[in-house]
Design a binder for this molecule. Sequence first.
Ligand code: EPZ
Length: 417
Amino acid sequence: MEIWHIRGGNRLRGACFVQGSKNASLPIIAASIICPLKSELMNVPQLRDVDAALRILRHLGCLAEQRGGDVYIDSTRLSGSSIPHSLMVEMRSSVIFMGALLARCGEARLSLPGGCQLGKRPIDLHLAALRQMGAEIEEDAGEICCRAEKLRGTEIILPFPSVGATENIMLAACAARGETIIRNAAREPEIGALQDYLRSMGAEVSGAGSGSVSISGIRPNREAAARIIPDRIVASTLACACAAAGGDVELRGVDPGQFSTVLHFLNRAGCDIISGSRSVRVRSSGRLSAVGELSTAPYPGFPTDAQPVLMAALLRAEGRTAITENIFENRYRQVPELRRMGADVTVSGKLAEIWGVDRLHGAPLTATDLRGGAAMVVAGLAAEGETVICDDGHITRGYERLDMRLRALGADIYLEY
Ligand code: EPZ
C-alpha cells in the first residue's frame, strides 16, 4: 500500500521535465519481439507497467533490462508463445503481445488483460481484425488461443478507432503476406511513435496520425532504436496541478500540440498558457472559471485520460462545467472521493456536472484507478489541510516519482511506502 500525504495551499513554481510516455513505451516493448532483433529504447519511464512488460519479455525467453531511462531488449532467443494469467492481468497493454507473438511465432496463448477498471473494455475489435487477417482464435473461459499459418494483408475498417486494436493490427501486419490497410485507425501520438519504431527496424508503415495506416508485409530485420515521446497525460496532469494550486510552472521536454485540447480548456478557465516548441508555461492565480461544456473523444479530441485531472482542477472554478465522458463507461470513479473533500459534482450516466465551490478541505481518500488517483493528488494540492490517499499502487503504474516532481515545484507532498 502506498500512502500519499498532501498538505494543500502551496503555489507551484519552477521548471519540470516530463517523463516518457507509458502508453507509447508499452506497445513498443511488445513490438520488440516481432523479429529476432536487439532494441534500444531511451526515455522509458520507470513504472510498474513497464516493469510488467519487461517481465513478460523475460518469461518469453528474451533478455530485457532497464537501466534508468534506457531499456535494452534482445529478442533473438525468444522461446515461448504463451503468457501466464498472472502476467497478463498486470496491465491492459499485455494484450498487444497477441499481435506481436502471432507475427513472430504464428501462435499466441494468453488470457484477458488487466488494467484500470474503467468499464467493460472488451477486445472484440482486436480479435475480429486478427481473424480477418487469417488467424484462428479460440476463446474459452478467458483464455485465448490464436494461430495463423500465414497472416494475410487486407483492408480492416475499425468500427471505432481503438488504440490497442490499431497497435495489435500494426504488429501482426508486419508478418502478413501483402499490404494491410487500417481504416478509421486511432490517431493518437502513440500510434505515430509505434510507426517510427517499426520503421527503425525496417518495416514499411505509413499513415499514422491520418486515420488510415498502411503496413506492407515486409518482415523487418534491423536492430531497432527509439526515443520514447513525452507523456502528454503526465504533462496534462502537471498543468492541471498548477492550474488548481496556482503558480507558474514550465513543463519541459513536451510537445504542446499533443495536449493542446487540455491547454485550451485551462486557458478558458483563466490560466495563461505560453507554448514553446518543446515547452509550455502555465500561470494560474488559483482562482479559475468554469469552462462550460466539454466532451472526451478519440484523438485529436479531448483525451479521456486527462478528464479526471481537469475535473479536479475545476472543482473550485466559479460556475458550472459539464463533462461528457464518451470513451469509457466507468471513468468517474474518483467523484465520490472528491465529494469527500467538499466538491460539488454529480454524475448521471455519461454526464458529470461540476459546480465550483469556494474551498476544498483535505480528507482521507482511496485511489480508485490511475488517473482517478492523480485527480485526487491535484485536488489535494488545492485543498485546505491534509489529504491522505491510500493507493494500492494505481498512481505509480503511470506516474514516475510524481511526489518528487511536485515537491520540487514547492508542493507539500510525500509518499509513504
Ligand atoms: C488506450 O487504451 C490507453 N492505454 C488508455 O490509457 C486510454 O484511455 C485509451 O487508449 C483511450 O485513449 C494504453 O495505451 C495502454 P481503446 P485502450 O482500445 O487501447 C472500446 C491510461 O490511463 N473498445 O482505444 O484499451 C473500449 O471499451 C489508460 O493510461 C471496444 O469496445 O483503449 C473503450 O470504450 C487507461 N472493443 C474504447 O473502445 C475493443 O476491442 C477505447 O478503447 C477495443 C476497445
